[in-house]
Structure formats: structure tokens, C-alpha cells
Design a protein. Sequence first.
Length: 338
Amino acid sequence: MKKFINQADDFIPEMLAGIYLAHPDALRCVNDDPHCLARVGATPGKVAIVTGGGSGHLPLFLGYVGEGMLDGCAVGDVFQSPSPEQILAVTQAVDTGAGVLYLYGNYNGDIFNFDMAAEMAEMESDIRTRTVVAADDSAGAAPSGEGNASARRGVAGIFFVYKCAGAAAANGGCLDTVARVAQKAGERVRTLGVALSPCIVPRIGKPGFQIGDDEMEIGMGIHGESGIRRGPTLPARQIADEMMSWLLADSPCQSGDEVAVLINGLGATPLEELYLMYRHVHHTLSQSGIRVFRVWVGEFATAMEMAGMSISLMPVDEELKALLAREANTPMFRQFSA
């Protein structure tokens, strides 16, 4: 295992310490627990948005805490959920009286712990919460596009949900409005990934799964969960065609729509390759009569050092376009007004 670490047990605390040192004007820890992260400053009367999840996915989750997006994040160990107590501490720290939206990915541990934190927040602090669970992974759907939403994992497409909900909160929306916007965005987003290599959890010290040098797996999850199929590595054009065929069958996108597009690297894929893949994605959308509203290319949700990428599509209306275009300023994501 080749990693820039000291002791595996210290990996996350030392990483978090570095983040706080690098961004003291933007981020703070709550109750002296570095796993409980909140933005510096608060807007009285603004709905707060709290997320959380396992480490190993930067800039997801904590990288989107900041102006115009999220207000706090409970940080777990690599690929592990934060505790209810940590989620509660963040909730109490960021609430300004307008309520708190819990917004996180569809994983059993996160659901259980956030639900418990919500009960404690109401009982102990009289904080009203709402929950929206992102479940955008098309690998949980049948090829026809049919599938139980509960089977879909939350992956890179949660970025769009963060962006829209954060903008709605920054615009002064009430808790019900912010939750509605998050749910609306989440129901529209579809994501599909492809992996070319495994990743290593530092505490384990070896790959959690194997992919042959000449293999790829379409639909693999960001923790190495099984995908749709594994087979020989194909040229980029064929990979993009297969992924887009699946995505468009599953997505609510139709000819004549405008879509937001996210081309996401999983940790070890050069930007050159991501832009090459977007060329094929753009061509397929054009051939399908779908117009691109805006595209984001880069690393938005990674899986340690996994080589691979994902494509996210979200059909947009005027409301979502305005929210996506709003400025945001976080330590790991910055956008100026369109």
C-alpha cells in the first residue's frame, strides 16, 4: 500500500486537522470534535442543511459546507457512517431557528443514524428537521428504467441536490420549500459510474476487491459495490455509449429537455480523460434532441484512489436552472453567478 499517511488509525483525524488549518475562516469543528464540522458564521433565520457520511469521497461530503450550499457535516471514518451523537452536535450548532434539512446518500447506516439524530434533535433541543435521501445511482434500476428507488445508492448526483437546496436556503426559503426543492432535484438526477481499478481503505491496507488490468465494471458503487456488468476494457466511445444508453433509459430526460451534466472523476482519472468522455456524452445528448444547460467536469465524489468516472444527468426547469446558476463559495467548490 502506497499512501501519504502516518498511522492508519490517525488518517482521518490528521486529514481533518489539515482541513481546519487550511480553511480557518470558513470551517470550524463543533464541541472540539473534528468529526463535527460546521461553516463559520450563520445567517439568522436561514434554514440550515446538514449532511454526513463516510470519509474517502472528498470533496463529498464536507467539501460542500460553505456559502450557498451546506451548513454542517458529520464525518465518519473511511466508508463508515458518523454517529447519531455527532449528527446531533452538528444540528445543534447550525440551527438558527428556521429548522434543519438532513440531506445525505441512501445507505442503511446513514439512514439509521440520521433518523435517530432527528428524534434526539426534536426531543432535546426542539429543532424541527426534514429529511431528503439522495438515491441517484442508475445501477439500482432495471434496463427499462424501472426500479425501486430504495435500491438506488446515493452517488455523485447528490452534488446537484446540494446545489439546488443550498441555493433555495440562501434565497430565504422556508424548511418546507428547501425540502421540496431537494426532493425535486433528487427525483430527477440519475448517475452511472464505471470503475477501472479498486481502491484501498487505509485500515485494511489492501484493495477491497479486484479488477483485472484488462477489465472494467460498469455500475460499480463508490465503495466497490457490485455493478451492472464486468468485462474487458473497451474504447472510451463504447463505454460512453453503453453508459448513456442505460442512463437515458432510466432518466426522466426526454427529447427537447435541457439537462445539467456532471462528469465526475472517482479519484485517479485525469481531467483529460474526463473531458474526452464528455465529448461523447455531449454528442449522444445532441443526437437525442437534449440540450445541455450547463456542465460540470472534475472530481465531485471520489472513492479514494479508484480509477473511473461517472456521468450524472438532471433535466432542469426554470426553477432548477436559477438555483444551479446561483453563486456558491465553499473550501472545495466555488461558483460565480452565471
